[in-house]
Design a protein around this ligand. Sequence first.
Ligand code: NAD
Length: 477
Amino acid sequence: MQNNNFSKFSPRTNEKLYDVKITTSEDVNDICLRAKLAFESWRKKSVNERKKYLKKIVEIIRDNSEHIINTIMLDVEKPFCEAETEVIESCDILEYYCSEEFQGIDSPVEIELNTETWPYKKAYGLYEPSGVYAVIKPWNYPFELIIWSIVPLLIAGNTIVLKPSELSNATGILLREITSKAGLPEGVFNIIEGDGTTGNYLIENKNICGISFTGSSKVGKKIFEKKKNMSVKLSLEMGGSDFAIVLSDAIDEIALPGILWGSFSNAGQVCVGIEKVLISKNKYEEFIKKLILETKKLVLKEEIPPIISRKQYLHIRDVVDEAIKHGGKLLCGGFDIKNDDIKKGNYMLPTIIECKDYEYLSSIEEIFAPVIFVAPFENEQHAVKIVNSSCYGLGCSIWTDRVEKHDFLYRALDVGMIWVNEVNLPMPQVPWIGRKESGVGFNLSKNAVYDSMNFKSIHIDNDSSKRFWWYPYIQRS
Ligand code: NAD
């Protein structure tokens, strides 16, 4: 039994914003049981019936967008445009799933057979929802990531127990009102509140059939270790420490602002944020000079929000100190904030560190901050070796003028997602996927729906005579 509250502090001022009332383990169990009971009728609805609720959710989000944006901004201190993007992309995702057809869920789909060999046989495939899903989400996209996880699960006919991050609880619990206004039947969508302890109660609950987790590799790996041998479906979207590869033919007018955005938006607290920039040795010196110049122009608060918590801010200081002790050269940035107005918050300057020890560079763990490490590379093989030595395999961006010419890179990079002349742009139709310590399972796209379901094959034979291959060894009269 756990009944203490969690205090949430403002990243901008470090003053207390609110308390999160932690759901007790008994309540977690009751809520999971309610979700299991609700599953029995929710799974019987057709996909179109389930979509009707999602269409209402889009309307409610649109009607309340201002309130949602303000809550996100206060909770995690995102600039307005970035909070607004979360709402726009959430509606986009909902509309995409509502407009798609999902074969094999409401009724079995026929699988084509060789009719010459099997004239009387038919085969069908059927997708069935798994049951109650535990949905555990991080704070950095506190609204959108919940939407992109729950929508495919609901379309599939699963029911949900969501635990939003304790660092963005106010945003997460908005979904309680939104889903209830949309009329989702009792028990289909539930929210519990708390930190990792509550998350752990949830994944340990015996009524949970699937886990949709987004968060750090450290926590994701713990969940994987606990659940890998159980019949629980796992979608674990974990951390990353993405590289950008700037080829010699990169167009500076695109690569420079693209890398600034990919590295420093949301103060680098983005899973597919660029943390390491490899630049072709032919253009290294010149590109770095321009990158430093542009980085110094970024404005704290308006363009670079604070780090989410004091604890994380202090951790980042340690990682930066460690990198410098290891021979890294601070090219710009750091923690020396002159502006009294923001000194109380967890602000740091966008920071560039040169690190030519490639082994060390690949081994630096996800920093999740406005900090990038830069280094030159010799040729494409060299860049691939550095990227692939990382324990992560989330995304990688390539900056080039000859997009068709890099088949070698597209194939050789051991990551789930590649962007060319772009970075961190999710599209609902395209799978969001990580490899190695960055992920297990799909998010977004139709794959996310089917990935949360169990597949069943059904074999049917219309021939009324005994099959000749059933015990043919002895002739019986
Ligand atoms: P986190 O791992 O600290 O927490 C994520 C969630 O897990 C929170 O709700 C937390 O309360 C819960 N949790 C913590 N310990 C738990 C446990 N033992 N059992 C169950 N639940 C537990 O991550 P965070 O700091 O909130 O978010 C940042 C991380 O998320 C970064 O590593 C980032 O890369 C990652 N992320 C990944 C993606 C992706 O798509 N791959 C997207 C966004 C964020």
